[in-house]
Design a protein around this ligand. Sequence first.
Ligand SMILES: [Zn+2]
Ligand SMILES: [Zn+2]
Length: 253
Amino acid sequence: MRFASLGSGSRGNATLVEAGSTLVMIDCGFSCRETERRLSRLGRTAADLSAVLITHEHGDHVRGVPLLARKYDLPVWMTRGTQRVMRDNAMPRLQFFNGHTPFSIDGLQVSPFTVPHDAQEPCQFVFEFQARRLGVLTDTGRMTPHIVECLDACDALLLECNHDADMLATGPYSTRLKQRVGGPLGHLSNAQAGRLLSQLDCSRLQHLVAAHLSDSNNRPELAQAELARVLDCEADWIGVARQEAGLDWRRIA
Ligand SMILES: [Zn+2]
Ligand SMILES: [Zn+2]
């Protein structure tokens, strides 16, 4: 199994997971054309996709989904809650999952789990293939016992480090937006991501990648330093999925 990011942050998110001949994309917050460009950068095309999985309906996660799904006749999986509030939900091969029931796509096991975030029915995912586990968590306001249980003992983790609490407090956002981002249904700070990480069994961890970093309220080296402190490793061992550059393929051995 391997994974990569087309880009990560408040201006668009999309993650690839490849296992054997199965290729799934989690979210697609870029325009159709931009998605095609970013896929080709990773050596793939939209026609290679087995399915698209949606975490929640925010624009930075679904912007390109309907058009891409129609153009390439792709199966798109989402919760009923997400589907209810998608502005454009005319997709030819729409499929539903619920946040407590694992399913599989061509041999890749997908275990959704529910998260507290200000969306209708937001979920994140753990992927399993040949006894390897990849956990993806990009939009959650806080850590819950359920999240800790679901993400335990992963071989690779893509983990939200949205903001540095001090940078958010003194940064350019309005008071209302600061409260939303920093609140229990917003996004994880570096410190919150670190606390979550400290609760997990990391003995199998081969890759840790910080994701969904805010341009205005975070810096990659702050997120890396926080996660490295928890793992007691070198800061540059921690990967960062960038808004423009994304993240190159990472193979889980
Ligand atoms: Zn969101
Ligand atoms: Zn987001």
